[in-house]
Ligand binder design. Structure first.
Ligand code: SF4
Length: 127
């Protein structure tokens, strides 16, 4: 497929601290620490595959949803954003959103997210 149309990339981080009883999302609780960098590399591998299928496209928005992406280490967010930038040109006004659970927010993570390129937060679940 070849097209010059801009498009959005959705990145799913499927981990949460606990599973809310009403939740139908693809979200999981790990009893051991998540190997976030390995998971981010797996996401990057998938993105590269999609990148090969969609030459000539431009990314106008990126959304990290979950799960609870605000549990991601900033390095993992940066790794995924770097992979996206390797795959497609990025619009100069790209919106990069990270869905956040208010109770999982850590100020130092958000400094790191901002440095990685996140420019918007979406408040998510109420847990
Ligand atoms: S925090 Fe959100 S995604 Fe995670 S289990 Fe609760 S409702 Fe589902």
């Amino acid at each position: 497929m070849t097209s010059s149309e801009a498009f959005g990339v959705y990145v799913h981080w499927p981990f949460c601290k606990a599973k809310c009883p009403y939740c139908d999302f693809n979200s999981h609780v790990r009893h051991e620490a998540v190997d976030a960098i390995s998971f981010a590399e797996a996401l990057a591998t998938e993105l590269r595959w999609f990148g090969e299928q969609t030459p000539g496209r431009k990314v106008s928005s990126i959304f990290f949803g979950g799960g609870t992406p605000s549990l991601m280490p900033p390095k993992a967010v940066a790794h995924v954003l770097d992979a996206i930038a390797e795959c497609w040109p990025i619009a100069s006004d790209v919106e990069v959103t990270l869905e956040a659970n208010p109770t999982s927010i850590e100020a130092e993570n958000f400094t790191g997210y901002r440095a990685a390129g996140v420019n918007r937060v979406s408040w998510a679940c109420k847990r």
